[in-house]
Every structure is written in structure tokens, then in C-alpha cells.
Design a protein around this ligand. Structure first.
Ligand code: DAH
Length: 331
């Protein structure tokens, strides 16, 4: 073979390889073609072996020509591989469609528990009237739950409370009234506070649960009066129920208030008790160092579940604690 025939052969080989590469349509086709030209037993290697038949002075040039072909074929191989994989990518992308008309997964929205909702509604009203929201511990001691509230040891009123006693002489508070004492100990008069929270009594039947919620209100100011108390409660009840209410005070007894009253509202022609209240007993005020020559006070306490049952027409107390999502979602 001479140089001219070699050149011709190489040109033919190149053209053949490129045509074959172009007609390939899979990665394995391309690799087969690559091997048939550039592999160990490929056509390029066979030609390389024939270089020995070239005269010494032409051998170098022939080698360079072969190397040129080799790198041309490598280049062609690379190009076809890249274009084939980008074609495959495009095909995959055009087949992969997102159906934006499919309905998505609906996230369930939570709702506020009716007890929390009622507490918020009540506190919102009193905050507008200048009350601060206060809280105290649920595990109390006898002093705050009873003694400081003018309920001495052996007082019969203590029996009414069905107290849960704790091992360490503590107890679970039976009402939110101890927060009155804790607040008055902490700060000087005047006071306007509202205290929502959980309370506990050994009581469980259709209309009682061992844990329920109360809201306590306390006003200690110069000239705080019984008529202010009644006016405030009237405004509160009308705000809460969103309509005019008929309010009646009935004489009652609480150790920490004197005089004491139970407040009833007219409900479907009947009188219904909604809360307890009264003028803070001087013993209570004196016990926390309030000067009763300057200040007087009134207080009230109400049951949250009871208020919620009335407002939202809930017939059964147990609904509050069963956590039935169908019930809760209504709020
Ligand atoms: N602590 C009372 C109870 O649980 C409710 C109560 C009555 C609170 C009169 C008061 C009040 O602040 O003045 O039965």
C-alpha cells in the first residue's frame, strides 16, 4: 500500500463510520460501531498493523494520518452519544406530563375548642373593660384555695367543694378564686383582673365532670359597689349572648363575699343560674393587706362549659371532653 491509497482508504473509512454512527439509534448500537472501528480488532487497528509494510520514510506520515482518523472517529462517537442522550431526555420530558386539573389533597383545618373559644370571648370583653388576664397554679395549697378566702379549717363550706387532695398536703384547686389572693399579694390595689382556668372537683355525673373551667373576675377600687357589679355583669351577659338579657340577683352565700348573690338570667321563660358573685369580704381584703378604708371590691365566678352550653345550644356536657371531630369542627 502506498500513501495515496492509504489516504483514500482512510477517507472511505471515515465516511463509513460517520454514516453508521448517524444511523444508530441506541447506545449499544453506537458502542458496537465504535468497537468495529476503534476496538482492538477494529479496522483502525488493522490498518495500524499494516504500517510495517510502508517504507521507513513514509511510515511517520502514515501514522499521523491514522491518528488523525482515530481522533476524528472519537469525536464523532462523542457527539453522537451526547445527541442521543439529549434526544432521550427530551422524549422523556415530553411524555412526562403533569395533570394540573387533578384535585389535590385537601389539608384538614383544625378548629378552636368551644371551651377555648368561650374563654376567649369572655376575656376579650373584660379586657376591653380594662381587666388584666391573670392565672395561677392548678395544684394549690389549702391557704390559697380556702383559708385566705375566708374559709377556715372545719368550715362546712369546705365539704361542698369535694376536694381532690394530693399526697404532699396540696390539693387541686376547686375554683379559680385563689388567683384573687395570689394577684393581690403580688401587686397593690387597685385591681381589675379576669382569671380563666381549669378547676377540679370529685364529681362525675351527667352534669358534672371532675375537671371543668371557670373564670374569676375581681375588681378592687375606690368606691367599687354592688350596683357597679350588677351593671358590669349585665353588660357582659348582653355582649356574650348578643341580645338583651333579663338579669336577676338572688341572695346567696359564699365565704369570700358579703353580701353574696347568684345571678340568674331569663332563659326560655325560666330563671337560670349563670354565676356567683358578691362584694369581697373585708377579711379577704385585710388578709392581703388591702386598706378597706380606701378600697372595696367585688368579684364573680362563672363556669365556662355552662356558658358555652347555653350560647351554643350544646345539650350534653360530655361533648366537650369526647373530642369527637364532628362536634369540634362546628366551632
Ligand atoms: N368560687 C365560687 C365557686 O366555685 C364561685 C364564685 C362565687 C366566685 C362568688 C366568686 C364570687 O368570685 O364572688 O363556686
Amino acid at each position: 500500500m502506498n500513501l495515496d491509497t492509504l489516504k483514500k482508504t482512510l477517507l472511505e473509512l471515515k465516511a463509513k463510520a460517520i454514516t453508521e454512527f448517524k444511523s444508530a439509534d441506541s447506545r449499544s448500537d453506537i458502542d458496537d460501531i465504535y468497537r468495529s472501528f476503534l476496538g482492538k480488532k477494529g479496522e483502525v487497528n488493522l490498518l495500524l498493523k499494516s504500517l510495517g509494510s510502508f517504507p521507513q520514510e513514509k511510515r511517520k506520515e502514515a501514522g499521523m494520518l491514522l491518528n488523525e482518523l482515530k481522533s476524528d472517529l472519537e469525536e464523532a462517537y462523542l457527539q453522537i452519544t451526547v445527541s442521543l442522550s439529549s434526544k432521550a431526555n427530551q422524549e422523556r420530558l415530553s411524555n412526562e406530563k403533569i395533570d394540573t386539573s387533578l384535585p389535590g389533597f385537601q389539608a384538614r383545618k383544625g378548629s378552636v375548642h368551644p371551651v377555648s373559644k368561650t374563654i376567649k370571648e369572655i376575656c376579650d370583653f373584660f379586657e376591653k373593660m380594662g381587666f388584666d388576664v391573670e392565672s395561677g397554679p392548678e395544684a394549690e395549697i389549702d391557704y390559697y384555695n380556702f383559708e385566705a378566702l375566708n374559709v377556715p379549717e372545719d368550715h362546712p363550706a369546705k365539704d361542698m367543694h369535694d376536694t381532690f387532695y394530693l399526697n404532699n398536703a396540696g390539693l387541686l384547686r376547686t375554683h379559680t378564686s385563689p388567683v384573687q389572693i395570689r394577684t393581690m399579694e403580688k401587686r397593690d390595689a387597685p385591681h381589675r383582673i379576669i382569671c380563666p382556668g381549669k378547676v377540679y372537683r370529685k364529681d362525675s355525673d351527667l352534669t358534672h365532670t371532675p375537671m371543668f373551667h371557670q373564670i374569676e373576675g375581681l375588681v378592687v377600687e375606690e368606691g367599687a359597689s354592688f350596683s357597679q357589679l350588677k351593671g358590669l355583669l349585665n353588660d357582659f351577659l348582653e355582649d356574650f349572648f348578643g341580645e338583651k338579657v333579663e338579669l336577676r340577683f338572688r341572695p346567696s352565700y359564699f365565704p369570700f363575699t358579703e353580701p353574696s348573690a347568684e345571678a340568674d338570667i331569663r332563659w326560655n321563660k325560666n330563671w337560670l343560674e349563670v354565676l356567683g358573685c358578691g362584694m369581697v369580704h373585708p377579711n379577704v381584703l385585710k388578709g392581703v393587706g388591702v386598706d378597706t378604708k380606701i378600697y372595696s371590691g367585688f368579684a364573680f365566678g362563672l363556669g365556662v362549659e355552662r356558658m358555652a352550653m347555653l350560647k351554643y345550644d350544646i345539650p350534653d356536657l360530655r361533648a366537650f371532653f369526647e373530642n369527637d371531630i364532628r362536634f369540634l369542627n362546628q366551632f
